[in-house]
Design a protein around this ligand. Structure first.
Ligand SMILES: NC(=O)c1ccc[n+]([C@@H]2O[C@H](COP(=O)([O-])OP(=O)(O)OC[C@H]3O[C@@H](n4cnc5c(N)ncnc54)[C@H](OP(=O)(O)O)[C@@H]3O)[C@@H](O)[C@H]2O)c1
Length: 325
């Protein structure tokens, strides 16, 4: 697996990471097979995947605990990224945006304990908190860096102006934001901003929450509690409308003997060496397929055809408000 350095002075990682969210939350099958999920994480390490993505809100807490079990005795082989800011430990331990310094401190202690480690490699603010100036949140993160509790920090779904303000207080190592063949919005402002500042970019949901693999053809395949069942991209007829995107990805895949998932990831990797996607899967077979994208090279004609794909029908989230800060 090709390695890259995340940001200017961030961790060196295999450029394809592993998103752990779906093992414990939000998607069909979550929490059903923790032992299988742990085997998938172990296989990932064998394949050169070192960048493991979790968050306190996944479960909540279960995903960090699962990761701790998986990496027991292997801590030095992995780069742990986790996230805070969507559980208000300093108020009521409930969901809600909280980037206050007090909450940053309470959050990190919980994550360190659950992860069974004395340091987090990359600690992201999961969503921006409109009632706490970003400078205060980053001030608290800089203190954690000075104490060695976190090595680097990042932001998730932050707006360009917020990224600049944060970076002025302490350099941001990575921005994690949704980016894929059907979520192209970072290209206009976000990517130019992070590139100018030397910040690494981590595309989340790089497979379009599974849609771009072609595996999801009907909402009937999803459990009632699956986040996608009510997500605008999938619901209200948009799943069918968006199928034309899958067909085109599939056509490119057929040309080169790859799978649609590999094409979706290879397209992201072709956007630059500052990009580290974190496809999520619970399954070894899908993990192996996704890691295979490291060796898939798309021609300029194929990249052009993919660049020209029509925008997806439906917003990324039912409530987009927290994403524009
Ligand atoms: N910062 C944020 O706000 C945020 C938001 C969402 C996600 N994330 C992070 O990004 C990671 C990845 O995003 P994601 O999980 O939402 O979406 P994704 O990686 O685009 O897709 C994951 C889905 O695709 C399926 N899948 C994966 N590989 C496949 C393959 N080769 N063939 C067929 N199906 C396949 C998975 O199902 P199986 O498990 O059954 O394979 C899962 O349902 C998450 O795990 C999480 O760590 C961050």
């Amino acid at each position: 697996m090709k390695k890259i350095t995340l940001g200017t002075d961030g961790p060196v990682i295999g450029r394809i990471g592993l998103g752990l969210m779906g093992m414990s939350a939000f998607y069909t099958g979550a929490t059903q097979d923790d032992e299988g999920a742990i085997r998938t994480i172990h296989r990932a390490l064998e394949l050169g995947v070192t960048f493991l993505d979790t968050a306190e809100i996944y479960g909540p807490y279960l995903n960090e605990e699962l990761l701790a079990r998986a990496i027991a005795g292997r801590r030095d082989q992995v780069v742990i990224a986790t996230k805070f800011g969507t559980i208000r430990h300093s108020v009521d331990e409930k969901g809600g945006l909280d980037g206050s310094p007090a909450n940053v401190r309470l959050s990190v202690e919980g994550s360190l304990r659950r992860l069974g480690t004395d340091h987090i490699d990359l600690y992201y603010q999961h969503r921006m908190d409109p009632s706490t100036p970003i400078e205060e949140t980053v001030g608290a993160l800089a203190e954690l860096i000075a104490e060695g509790k976190i090595l680097h920090y990042g932001l998730s779904e932050a707006a360009p102006a917020t990224i600049r303000r944060a970076h002025a207080v302490h350099p941001v190592t990575a921005l994690q934001t949704e980016y894929s063949l059907w979520s192209r919005d970072p290209e206009t402002e976000i990517l130019p901003t992070v590139r100018e500042l030397g910040i690494g970019f981590v595309p989340y949901s790089p497979l379009g929450r599974g849609f771009l693999t072609g595996a999801i053809r009907s909402l009937d395949q999803l459990d009632d509690g699956d986040f996608r069942k009510t997500n605008p991209r999938f619901a209200g007829g948009n799943l069918d409308a968006n199928m034309v995107i899958v067909e085109k990805v599939d056509a490119v895949a057929a040309q080169i003997g790859a799978t649609p998932a590999q094409v979706a990831l290879a397209w992201l990797l072709a956007q630059g060496d500052d990009i580290a996607p974190i496809p999520g899967t619970r399954r070894i077979v899908a993990l192996e397929e996704n890691v295979g994208a490291d060796g898939v090279v798309l021609s300029s004609d194929q990249l052009e055809a993919l660049d020209a794909l029509q925008p997806a029908a439906g917003e990324r989230y039912a409530d987009m408000a927290p994403l524009s800060r």
